[in-house]
Design a protein. Structure first.
Length: 466
């Protein structure tokens, strides 16, 4: 079995590795996650959770999301490493008589110039369609939130309440968050600047007792409602018709290589499928693009793969009882998921399919009673697409399989995480699985299927790594 770097080359494990990658202290990156949405993932519950991040996500966050917000902040001094020698004051052999006052004056002037430069970078540029705002307004940005009873309360970075929004229907349990932007769209609230005006909007998917009220709300930074969206109508898959209410499931804010911002919302039916991915106009919530899936969509990401901009959509696939990854052009997200079995093919969706569609098998842990999904994808070296497929659920435990796709869509590698064998052995002892880990499980990782425009073909098998 290889080490963590070999099995998960794009992953940073724990606050220490994340901080080291960014060249900062652990307290700084924890603050960045809280205030600026540094994409950090967690597995498990508070007190026993595993914290990790992906290099690709962190790089994109620094270059496209928050560099202008964090690079000029006054960083608190980090405690020196335990046992490190104290820093010595700088020495000089030159006479210092009369130099102190002149140095202090120079530092004051330089400090004033630096402060003005920092403020000019924080404020939107005049003439760019973004109004300048006083520094005090930057503090009054939404940062954290709480859902309880029938309302949402949003706070600024100091914990001061900014506004409260009443949904008029009881919420299913109180929920609070200390994260700013959920990286995988799972949290019911996302705080993110969706239109690039320097102000953060609040996107809410309230889990209310009235299912018809499970809409997507977009609130301004001061609590005013910008828009509310929920699809209407029906869709026919096979001989069955699926209708309202369509439930807000997840929301994603992406940014393409050209800097264009896009807002995506996923709505699902009551049952296991179907779901629809909508690109919404961030100004008014009108629909720009629409794609229907025969499984729950749980991931939307923009990136550049082998030199071409792509939108990557991860979802369950009920046709194969597996996981799918659809690849689109940014302006070509439309149509529906192709299917082999008639009951999982959309009969009245707009024509069209993804440019590429890959299907990854479910492993024994998922087939035993959990589920499989693709919670993370990332690009390595510009032309390799890495796919993480999670198997199982909270009760059985989650294990991961990894796949690498080459620039032409061929399968280059398949492997399981280091935790897979340990979790497999545990479930075997508990009687949840009926076989020891071995060649059978390696065979289960393959084949990966690819839609070629006419049908699904099996990609050539590759050796399985551990």
């Amino acid at each position: 079995m290889g080490d963590a770097a070999e099995v998960e080359p794009g992953r940073l494990n724990g606050w220490k590795e994340i901080a080291g990658y960014l060249g900062k202290g652990a307290r700084t990156v924890q603050r960045w996650e809280k205030l600026y949405g540094l994409p950090v993932h967690r597995i498990g519950r508070e007190g026993g959770e595993i914290v990790f991040a992906f290099r690709g996500e962190v790089d994109r966050w620094m270059t496209t999301v928050a560099r202008d917000r964090v690079e000029d902040e006054d960083e608190p001094r980090e405690a020196p490493p335990e046992g490190a020698p104290p820093k010595e004051a700088p020495r000089s052999d030159r006479p210092s008589r009369g130099f102190g006052p002149r140095l202090a004056a120079a530092l004051l002037i330089l400090g004033a110039v630096a402060s003005l430069a920092a403020l000019s970078r924080l404020r939107p540029a005049a003439g760019a369609g973004e109004s300048a705002r006083p520094p005090s307004d930057l503090v009054r940005q939404p940062a954290t939130w709480r859902l309880a009873n029938e309302s949402l309360t949003v706070y600024d970075a100091r914990g001061v309440p900014l506004f409260e929004h009443d949904f008029g229907s009881p919420l299913l349990g109180p929920v609070a968050s200390e994260t700013r932007v959920p990286p995988t769209g799972q949290a019911p609230v996302a705080i993110v600047d969706i239109d690039g005006d320097g102000r953060s909007e609040v996107l809410v998917r309230p889990s209310t007792s009235e299912r018809a009220q499970r809409k997507l709300y977009c609130l301004e930074s001061d609590g005013r409602v910008r828009f509310v969206h929920q699809p209407t109508g029906t869709r026919r898959f096979g001989e069955d018709e699926y209708g309202e209410p369509w439930l807000a499931h997840r929301v994603f804010a992406t940014r393409g290589p050209d800097g264009a911002r896009r807002l995506w919302a996923v709505f699902t039916h009551n049952l296991l499928f179907p779901s629809v991915l909508l690109e919404l106009d961030p100004r008014d919530g009108s629909v720009r693009q629409e794609y229907w899936s025969n499984g729950f969509i749980h991931l939307v990401r923009e990136d550049v793969w082998a030199g071409r901009p792509v939108v990557l959509v991860g979802a369950g696939n009920n046709d194969f009882r597996a996981v799918s990854l659809a690849v689109f052009r940014p302006d070509g997200v439309s149509g529906s998921t192709p299917a082999v079995r008639p009951g999982y093919a959309c009969r009245d969706c707009a024509p069209g399919h993804p440019d590429l569609l890959f299907v990854f098998p479910s492993l024994c842990i998922a087939r035993r009673g959990g589920q499989a999904g693709a919670p993370e994808v990332w690009i390595e070296k510009g032309d390799r697409l890495r796919v993480l497929v999670a198997q199982g659920d909270e009760s059985l435990g989650l294990v991961h399989a990894y796949y690498t796709l080459g620039p032409d869509g061929t399968l280059e590698s398949a492997s399981t995480s280091r935790e897979f064998q340990a979790q497999h052995a545990l479930l075997e002892r508990r009687g949840e699985l009926d076989h020891p880990f071995g060649p059978r499980d390696d065979r289960d990782l393959l084949p990966v299927k690819r839609w070629d425009g006419r049908g699904f073909v099996d990609l050539p098998r590759v050796p399985v790594g551990h």
